[in-house]
Each structure stands twice: as structure tokens, then as C-alpha cells.
Design a protein around this ligand. Structure first.
Ligand code: PGA
Length: 223
């Protein structure tokens, strides 16, 4: 059975109260973990400020959930006001989303910046989840997980077709050293299976639909 990465990207959403409510209402428990075959890796990427809270909750309840972040500083520790670096992230998380199209667009992230962020993630043994819009990106390093996220599908309720997503994923695998390609863009519990049943697609990156704990649970169940 292939490994599936089911990743929640909360983006800039949720307060402290809403974050804890989400995890309390997420109907997974250490006991029910057996209901998912252990090929499904569940990763939640909240806002930085709620990582300690969620980490404690996950440890206290022994939940089969990993944490990730939505960004990482391109610099190592030091005099970089306002930045959160890889060494700090490693205290709380195992994964980091890098190069999301919202960061490329709104924060002018270049390929050079993205490469530096990947280097920082690797230095601190964080697994990068690199977001790309097509198979023609230029990253020279091996990336564990690449997310194919066409901009037209993000937050629009118009996902790419599973057929095209599968073709692009195959192309990405051919052009890169990556073993795992996930699809992101308007994934819901209704359409997730159409993507994950494609042999080239190794999971999903979910934005809007991950904000509701019950819907995200359905996505994991149906994947
Ligand atoms: P969406 O976002 O699921 O809301 O389309 C996906 C993403 O931006 O990662």
C-alpha cells in the first residue's frame, strides 16, 4: 500500500480558542488510530503561534498527527527581526511548506529564496513540502514531497481534473528526484479519492476544507 500524505494548511486562520476547539473536535483518538491504515500520514500546518499548544495537546492525547509550518526563514538563527528559523521550528514540527503560491505572489518569493528555505529546512531535518504550479520548476536538490498546486484551483472550488493532476505528477517525478507528489487545490471529502487513487498521486494538500475538523476527518477517511 502506498504512503499517503494528508496535509492541512490552515493558512492565516484561527485564533488560539479556535485552534484548540478544532483539535478537540477532530474525531481521532489514540484508540481510533487503528481505523486508518498506518500508510496515512496526517500533517497539520497551523499558524506558528499555536504550534506549542497543538504539540502539547497531541503529545498529551497520544494522537497520530504530525505538525508542519507554512513557512521558514531563509536565514539561520541570528539578527533577522521577525523571522522564525529552522532550528526554532524543529522544536515543534517535522514538516514545512515552502514556496506556496500565496507566498510567491504576496511576498515576492523567488526561486533563490525558496532554495535557501529548502536548505534551512534540510539543515534542521525538517521535511520540505515544496509547492509548484507546473513540472517546469528549477530546484536542484532532492525534495521529499512536492505539492502540485495549480493556481486556478486554489480556493476556487474548481479543482484540476484527477487525470491532468496525475499526468503532471508523473512529469514532476520524472523531472525531479522526488518520490512523493501530492495534489492541492479545492480538495474536499467528495473528490479526494479521485486524486489519491491515481498511482502517481501520493496525497493531498488541503486549505479551506481542512478548517472544519469533521470535513478534514472525512477527507482522511475517504483518501
Ligand atoms: P484550497 O487550498 O484547498 O483552499 O484550494 C489549497 C492550498 O492552497 O494549499
Amino acid at each position: 500500500m502506498k504512503k499517503l500524505f494528508i496535509i492541512a494548511n490552515w493558512k492565516s486562520n484561527k485564533t488560539e480558542h479556535e485552534s484548540i476547539k478544532w483539535i478537540q473536535e477532530f474525531p481521532i483518538s489514540s484508540r481510533s488510530a487503528g481505523q486508518f491504515p498506518n500508510n496515512k500520514e496526517i500533517i497539520i500546518c497551523p499558524s506558528f503561534v499555536y504550534l506549542p499548544l497543538l504539540k502539547s495537546y497531541i503529545l498529551d492525547h497520544n494522537l497520530p498527527i504530525k505538525l508542519g509550518t507554512q513557512n521558514i526563514s531563509k536565514f539561520d538563527e541570528g539578527a533577522y527581526t521577525g523571522e522564525i528559523n529552522g532550528k526554532q521550528i524543529k522544536d515543534f514540527a517535522d514538516y514545512v511548506i515552502i514556496g506556496h503560491s500565496e507566498r510567491r505572489q504576496n511576498f515576492s518569493e523567488s526561486e533563490e529564496t525558496i532554495n535557501k528555505k529548502i536548505e534551512q529546512a534540510k539543515k534542521y531535518r525538517l521535511t520540505p513540502i515544496l509547492c509548484v504550479q507546473n513540472p517546469d520548476f528549477r530546484i536542484s536538490q532532492k525534495i521529499e514531497i512536492i505539492a502540485y498546486e495549480p493556481v486556478f484551483a486554489i480556493g476556487t472550488n474548481y479543482p484540476d481534473t484527477p487525470e491532468n493532476a496525475s499526468l503532471v505528477s508523473a512529469e514532476i517525478k520524472k523531472n525531479s528526484l522526488s518520490n512523493h507528489v501530492v495534489y492541492g487545490g479545492s480538495v474536499t471529502s467528495k473528490n479526494v479519492k479521485e486524486f489519491t487513487q491515481k498511482s502517481n498521486i501520493d496525497g493531498v494538500l488541503v486549505g479551506n476544507a481542512s478548517l472544519d475538523p469533521l470535513e478534514f476527518f472525512e477527507i482522511i477517511k475517504n483518501a
